[in-house]
Design a protein around this ligand. Structure first.
Ligand SMILES: [Zn+2]
Length: 86
């Protein structure tokens, strides 16, 4: 991740631990994805509470982790990035 925007020189690290809260956004994204996966599993005929579903959800979360990591930081920056003066 760049420390400053190459176009407008915006500081992407306004304070220490700024992206700590992005962890909660990532948790929300992962929960939503897990819910969608379990709904897709039940649509394919699996039982709603099945260990196979759990393994599928865990694999999806491992696969989607890099996307969630970046997306949660972007969302966090869009929510709170403009409230901090440089
Ligand atoms: Zn910029």
């Amino acid at each position: 991740m760049n420390s400053k925007c190459p176009n407008c020189n915006y500081n992407f690290f306004p304070e220490n631990g700024f992206y700590w809260g992005a962890m909660f956004v990532s948790y929300g994204l992962a929960s939503l994805e897990g819910l969608l996966v379990i709904l897709a599993c039940s649509w394919y005929g699996n039982e709603l509470f099945d260990y196979v579903n759990l393994l599928i959800i865990i694999s999806f979360m491992i696969i989607l982790f890099p996307l969630n990591f970046r997306l949660s930081r972007i969302i966090w920056l869009y929510i709170f990035g403009n409230k901090i003066k440089e």
